[in-house]
Design a protein around this ligand. Structure first.
Ligand code: GLU
Length: 307
C-alpha cells in the first residue's frame, strides 16, 4: 500500500488548482503545498505518505463524530425530531436550509444541522460539554487532542453567517436544549471545528468507524456499535454537501470533508482513508483529496456498489 500512496503523492503534487478557505482568516495561512495521504486498516495497520503528521483543524470533519455523541445522549427518535436526514444539494453554509414545515435543519452534516446537534449535547456547563467532545475525539484517535486557539478565535470573530444560522434556529425553536444560549452553542461548535488533527489520526478515526466503533490500536470503543451505521449513511448521502451525489457516483464511499482541506472516506469493515491538501474546489472540498479518493476507489474497487 505504501508504494501506491507514494506514487499518488508524486502524481498529484503538481496539481495546484483550487484556493485556500479564506473566509476563516486563520485558515488562509495554511501552506498550499502540504499534501498527505494515510490509510488505516481495521486490524491496526497504518500506511502513510507525504506530510502525514502536519496538523490541521477538523472543521466539518468533526460533524459526524459529534452527531454520534448526541445520538448516544438522546437516541435516534429525539434527534430526528430536531435534525433531519435528507441531503440538500446546497452549500455547507446555506442559510435557508430548514425544512418547510418542521423547520428542522435538513441534516447534521451542513452547518445549520451541526450547530443544532452540538447545542443538544448533554452536560451541566459549557466547559463540561466541551470536555466530552475532547474525550470523544481522544477515543477515536487513541490519544489526547487539543484546540487551535487561533483558528477558534478567528472563526469566532468572523463567523457571522453561522451566527445568523444560529439565530434562525433559535427563532424556530430548534436550537438545542432549553436554556442553551446562541453564544454557548456557537462557541462549542467553533471549538469542535478547531480541534487539531493530522492525516494519520484522521485515517484512524475512519478506521474506528470501519471497525464498528472500536479504535483498532487501543481497542477502546469510541461510539456505540448501533450508531455507526447512522454516521456512515449520513456521510454517504450528505457528507460532501452539494457534491454528495457526484461523490457517491464516482467514489461510492461514505465520506466527509472539512474546509481546512481534509477528506475522510470509510470502507466499512476494512479501512479509513484520509487525505490532506488545503487547496479547495468551488464546493469546499480538497482538489487533490477528491482526486486521490477517486483513484483509490477505482484502483482497489472500493465503491460500495462494485459488482
Ligand atoms: N467551521 C466551518 C464553518 O462552519 C466548517 C465548514 C466546513 O468545514 O465545511 O464554516
Amino acid at each position: 500500500m505504501k508504494p501506491v500512496l507514494d506514487e499518488l503523492i508524486g502524481r498529484y503534487r503538481p496539481v495546484t488548482e483550487g484556493s485556500l478557505a479564506a473566509y476563516i482568516p486563520e485558515l488562509a495561512r495554511a501552506n498550499p503545498a502540504d499534501f498527505a495521504i494515510a490509510v488505516a486498516t481495521t486490524d491496526g495497520e497504518v500506511h502513510e505518505a507525504g506530510d502525514s503528521v502536519r496538523e490541521f483543524t477538523l472543521q466539518s470533519l468533526s460533524k459526524p463524530f459529534v452527531y454520534g455523541l448526541t445520538l448516544e445522549d438522546h437516541g435516534r427518535e429525539r434527534l430526528r425530531a430536531q435534525v433531519g436526514v435528507e441531503p440538500t444539494g446546497d452549500a455547507f453554509n446555506s442559510i435557508i436550509e430548514l425544512e418547510r414545515h418542521s423547520h428542522r435543519p435538513y441534516n447534521p452534516m451542513i452547518n445549520s444541522g451541526a450547530i443544532a446537534v452540538t447545542s443538544l449535547l448533554k452536560g451541566d456547563t459549557a466547559g463540561g460539554k466541551f470536555e466530552r467532545i475532547l474525550e470523544l475525539f481522544a477515543r477515536y484517535v487513541g490519544k489526547p487532542v487539543r484546540v487551535d486557539e487561533q483558528v477558534f478565535a478567528s472563526e469566532r470573530a468572523t463567523g457571522h453567517r453561522n451566527r445568523a444560522i444560529a439565530h434562525l434556529l433559535r427563532n424556530f425553536g430548534v436550537l438545542g436544549e432549553e436554556g442553551v444560549g446562541i453564544d454557548e452553542a456557537l462557541d462549542l461548535y467553533f471549538r469542535q471545528c478547531s480541534i487539531l488533527t493530522n492525516t494519520r489520526d484522521l485515517a484512524l478515526m475512519g478506521a474506528t468507524l470501519a471497525n464498528g466503533g472500536v479504535q483498532p490500536l487501543t481497542r477502546e470503543r469510541a461510539i456505540a456499535r448501533e450508531y455507526v451505521r447512522d454516521l456512515l449513511s449520513l456521510m454517504f448521502s450528505c457528507g460532501m454537501y452539494d457534491a454528495a451525489g457526484e461523490w457517491a457516483y464516482t467514489v461510492g464511499l461514505p465520506a466527509k470533508s472539512g474546509v481546512s482541506g481534509g477528506i475522510l472516506a470509510v470502507v466499512p469493515g476494512r479501512m479509513g482513508i484520509a487525505v490532506y491538501s488545503p487547496l479547495l474546489d468551488s464546493r469546499g472540498h480538497s482538489v487533490r483529496g477528491t482526486a486521490v479518493c477517486r483513484e483509490l476507489s477505482e484502483r482497489f474497487r472500493l465503491h460500495a456498489f462494485e459488482a
